[in-house]
Design a protein. Structure first.
Length: 65
């Protein structure tokens, strides 16, 4: 049997924590930052966890399940 490859775009975007949760970086922090408030930009620094409804799909892309 050939090996199954991990999705390359997914492995760059998602990280798995020690407890098994999947984190990702928040969007909208690349450009056009002048109009966004400091509070909003500060909140985008923190990694977010993948929503429960998408978790199964992301795990399949990462070949965790």
């Amino acid at each position: 049997m050939p090996k199954v490859k991990t999705n390359s775009s997914a492995k760059k975007r998602f990280k798995v924590t020690a407890t098994g949760k999947i984190t990702h970086q928040k969007s909208f922090k690349r450009h056009i930052l002048t109009k966004k408030s400091n509070k909003r930009k500060r909140g985008m620094r923190v990694d977010a966890t993948v929503h429960k409804s998408n978790e199964k799909f992301v795990k399949r892309l990462l070949r965790l399940k």
